[in-house]
Design a protein around this ligand. Structure first.
Ligand SMILES: *Cc1c(COP(=O)(O)O)cnc(C)c1O
Length: 462
């Protein structure tokens, strides 16, 4: 460290080495170069950025050279959105970390038309009287599911909480030990039950719960039987669960309610877990709007009129109510189902391996023209988001040559970010979850990531 020594006061060398003191904030603010920023950023933000820059210069972590550029880029960074679009090349269709269901064009259009304007969210245009936001989607939900009544709340966790709170508070709810599910984050069934004020009564064992187990646990304090779809794991081997129908028989015989948390419900006939089947026997059925339904984050509640009315009247309903943006996107998604237009989620779910291979081949030959080597790798995609565990869809991965983790990191840090998956030690792209209009961006992103690789393996351009 060349510092001025006390024994060497002054001298030409010492003077040259002495770090120049950063100027005052006001001085920098007056420089002509900074004026260009004034048309973009408010004064306060510029002052903060200048102050921070000068502080760093004083601390020695930034150089005065390139001061303006540093200020400009810190302002740009501070005012750029943090929530960014991401290309999902993982093959996990309902990836919770990536926002689950991408919305359909109809749902996106509905958001655009409602978001920036006033709407009739709580106004009956016919009578001019105050309306109920729930009526906006109620009819569609009932029509699609065959349910007597319906409501939409913030998410499925809220739907379950509201059902338990309004229908079973201070009473007992019987649940199988095999359905003590943790969904992820802090959504654990026993905790939700405690929060709702209902008392959980566990029956059976992890792998087997019989009808008689439920029956034996019923007391004068029992309010309901609860079934929770084991949506993110499978219990295999020596197992037995009580069917929803048998649970309904027990509930009916004892005058109890049957609540069914489906987790991921699809309106489509024949798909699991079937909403229609649940609606036929349960008093309340709940599921997420952004799982197999393919819509926005929401909790869909279907069921008998008396039960839904009690849920609507709970003060908690207000705390978990949906806003107009959700209603707009949910209504549009339900219209998609009614009109038979495929949601992006359904499209991805139904995509055959031939189509994925064809798209993969197109991308591979484009990459090849840029000298980037790749190969085909057979694999499986999954629904994810706690839907259809164990249900794997055959796919074809595009496996990029080169150091997998380094490549994956560069792809993730690129803009748009690309989330890929590492399989067999290779950085892989599963085109099932890449939207068709993202393919060009994906190509550019891979090219950029490969170019910045220190020594990526190239093949001879074809
Ligand atoms: C996903 C899931 C939930 C939570 O739903 P959110 O919409 O994420 O709140 C609750 N129960 C089950 C069984 C689930 O699969």
């Amino acid at each position: 460290m060349a510092r001025t020594l006390p024994s060497d006061p002054g001298g030409p060398l010492a003077a040259a080495e002495k770090p120049s003191k950063p100027p005052a904030v006001a001085t920098v603010l007056r420089t002509p170069e900074l004026q260009s920023l004034r048309s973009i950023y408010p004064h306060r933000l510029i002052v903060e950025a200048v102050r921070e820059q000068l502080k760093q210069e004083r601390g020695g972590s930034r150089e005065p050279t390139g001061r303006l550029e540093a200020i400009r880029s810190s302002l740009s960074e501070a005012t750029s959105p943090r929530l960014l679009p991401v290309i999902n090349a993982t093959g996990v269709v309902l990836h919770t970390n990536l926002g689950r269901a991408p919305l359909s064009p109809r749902a996106v259009q509905a958001l655009v038309s409602i978001a920036g304007r006033y709407s009739n969210v709580e106004l009956d245009l016919e009578s001019g009287k105050r309306g109920d936001r729930q009526t906006l989607v109620q009819d569609l939900l009932c029509r699609l599911s065959g349910a007597e009544a319906a409501m939409a709340v913030n998410n499925n966790a809220a739907a379950v909480l509201l059902a338990l709170q309004s229908l079973a508070r201070n009473r007992e709810v019987i649940i199988s030990r095999g359905q003590q599910v943790e969904i992820g984050g802090s959504f654990r069934m026993p905790d939700v039950m405690k929060l709702s004020g209902s008392r959980m009564v566990e029956v059976g064992t992890t792998n087997r719960t019989r009808a008689a187990d439920y029956e034996a646990a019923i007391t004068g304090r029992t309010a309901a039987l609860l079934r929770v779809h084991t949506s993110n794991f499978n219990v295999v081997g020596f197992t037995e669960t009580t069917s929803l129908r048998d649970m309904a028989d027990i509930a009916n015989r004892h005058g109890l309610l049957l609540i069914d948390d489906l987790g991921s419900g699809a309106m489509v006939a024949g798909s699991e877990p079937a909403v229609a089947e649940s609606v036929g026997v349960a008093d309340v059925t709940t599921f997420s709007g952004d799982k197999l339904l393919g819509g926005p984050q929401a909790g869909v509640v279907l069921g008998r009129l008396v039960a839904i009315r009690r849920m609507e009247r709970s003060p908690l309903a207000r705390a978990v109510r949906v806003d107009k943006m959700t209603l707009a996107a949910l209504e549009a998604t339900l219209l998609d189902h009614l009109l038979g237009s495929e949601t992006p989620v359904a499209r991805m779910q139904g995509m055959g391996v031939d189509e994925i291979r064809r798209r993969s081949n197109v991308l591979r030959s484009e990459l090849n023209q840029h000298g980037i080597e790749s190969s085909e790798l057979p694999a499986t995609s999954v629904m994810g988001g706690g839907s259809l565990p164990g249900n794997q869809m055959p796919t074809v991965l595009l496996a990029l040559a080169g150091a997998a983790t380094a490549l994956a990191t560069r792809l993730r840090r690129g803009r748009p970010a690309v989330l890929c998956r590492i399989q067999d030690g290779r950085c892989c792209i599963d085109l099932r979850t890449v939207l068709p209009n993202e393919e060009n961006q994906l190509l550019e992103a891979i090219l950029a990531a490969a170019r910045s690789a220190p020594n990526h393996r190239r093949c001879e351009p074809a």
